[in-house]
Every structure is written in C-alpha cells, then in structure tokens.
Write a protein that binds this ligand. Sequence first.
Ligand SMILES: Cc1ncc(COP(=O)(O)O)c(C=O)c1O
Length: 331
Amino acid sequence: MIDDQRAGRAGTVDSLVDPDGGDPDWLWRSGGLVPWHEARVHVNAVGHASVAAVFEGLKAYLAADGERLLVFRLDDHLRRLHQSARICRIEIPWTAEELHTAVLEVLAANGYACDVYVRPWAYPAGIIREQMVPAGLRCDVVVDSWPFRSGLADERGCRAAVSSWLRVPDASAPPRAKAFSNYHNGRLALMEARENGHDWPIMLNERLKVSEGPAACVALVRDGRVITPALTGGLLESITRDTALTLLAEADVPVEVREVDRSELYVADEIFFMGTAWEILPVRAVDGLTVGDGTPGPLTTLVRDAYMRLVRGESTGHDEWLTELRLPDRA
Ligand SMILES: Cc1ncc(COP(=O)(O)O)c(C=O)c1O
C-alpha cells in the first residue's frame, strides 16, 4: 500500500525546541555560570572548534506532580560525553561529577518550570591556525539549555526513507563518538529525505545493513518481536535505545539485537525511532510504504507509554535514572 504523499507533516515535531521558549538567562562555561548573551568566541575559532567538538543532548522533564524537574539518565549522558572526548582525544578538565553539578546549576539558575533540553559540549578553545592538533590544546566546556515541547503525549508519526548516503563507518569517523562533525553525514541524509517529501532518513552502514537515523536509533517489530541493529553497526550508543530495550525486557517482549536488512523495513509490522530528542517516534511509512495500518502499533505504544511514565516520574523501578531538582516554592 502506498502512503498518501499529500498527508502533510502534522505530528512530526522533533521535540528539541519549544518555539515559545526564548533564550535562557544563564549557561555554564568552563567553571561557572555566564550570562547567556555574553558567552562569545572569536569568529576565527569557529571552524576548528566545530570540527573537533563533542556534545551530549539530555532532557529534564517536568514531573507529573509539577513540583520537580527530573533529569533523565544524567550520569549516563555525562559518561558518554567523556567517552566521546576520549575517542576524539579531547581532554575535558571537568569530571562527570563536576559536570553533574554544573547541569543542575544551569537548570536552577534559569528557573525552569517546564521540560528542558540540556546540551553539555566540549571544544578546543582558542584560534587554531596551522596544525589541527597544536600542543597544549585547551578545552572549553559549555552547558547550554532551552525549553522543549515533548511529543510523547501526541499521536504522532513520521515518514522515513532509506537514504542513499551511507552512515560513516567506525573506521572513518566513529558514530560511537557524539561529535558535531558526524552530523555532516546525518545532515546530508536529512536534506535528501526532505527534498523527496519524507520526514526523516534511515541510513545504511558500509555493509549495507540498517544503522540509524541522523539523531535516533531505529527498531522494528515482526511477529511480536522487536528487532534492532547491534551497537557495532555504525550507531551512537543510544541511551534511549538502552532504556527501550530495558522496558521491553521488563514487559517480557522478545528482543533481537542483530543486523537488519533494508527489505525487513518493508515487511515490518511496526517501526519506531528512539532518541533523547525524538523520544519514541513511530514511523508510519518507509520509502512510501505504509507501516502496519499507518498508526502506532501495540509495541510502539507500549514502549512510548512506559517511557513517558518513566521520564515524568510516574513509574517506579528506575529511580537511579532520575536526578531530581525541586522547583522553588512558586506560591
Ligand atoms: C546519531 C544519533 N544516534 C542516536 C541517537 C540517540 O541517542 P540517545 O538515545 O542517547 O539520545 C542520537 C541522539 O543523541 C544521535 O544523534
């Protein structure tokens, strides 16, 4: 069945920005809070800082009781920031514990009482003229944040397309490192998908097996089993993927982690993306073929609902994944 190309893009928000959110007052930069509008670098520093920068994207959700922000898997994200830096040989002078405190400082200083996206990132500071890796390279660390609007409660779905751009292989520019420069690859795939009338691309790896989207991992369902590519398939070690697989195991849903053929996407009962930004995003069509009946299937809905309860502090069992920040008394 061919998906209706005129169906439009309703419900495909990527949950990264609240259009009414505005700019924050404060960010954290290399040791302390700095007014957001004063956090500048020299224009000549931009090129190499971007080439070598590594980053994280994590979310703090407003708890269902409205009284707390719950930062989701903060320490896992900070561990991955250090892991990305190690792969890219950038030395971050702040420990994960110090950056944990910095994230909470930024959230408190900005007085957020809404869902917040947090971006800690590290880049070589200063102007690099002749060598890509000059001796004594200093590293700046920033923790930025902004309000986002969660799509978890929406009946949304997206149209995906397999990209003609291959995911960069581990042997060239490892997707395991969350490096800004890797997003050049995802950007090319995304532009191609959008030009062809789809919402998001799915990239194949150098073995021509399914890898991931430009900002999320992917899973499919066949005959009641959830199937997702292994982390050695050219993927970021996604924290949402790990969360989803844990929630599925707890619900006794069989999961297969293995190589996935492109054509399996075409015969899947359900497909969904998993990522901090897109959360659990159902795929309703792939390469123009409707997935299932074009609405989120039962296992996609199970994961989405369990994830939503978890991040809003409505389910018990994974307190270790939630870092709580009490909101000041707003009475
Ligand atoms: C390329 C890529 N893959 C996967 C993911 C999902 O990772 P996570 O679930 O840790 O956000 C992201 C998002 O950060 C990403 O950028």
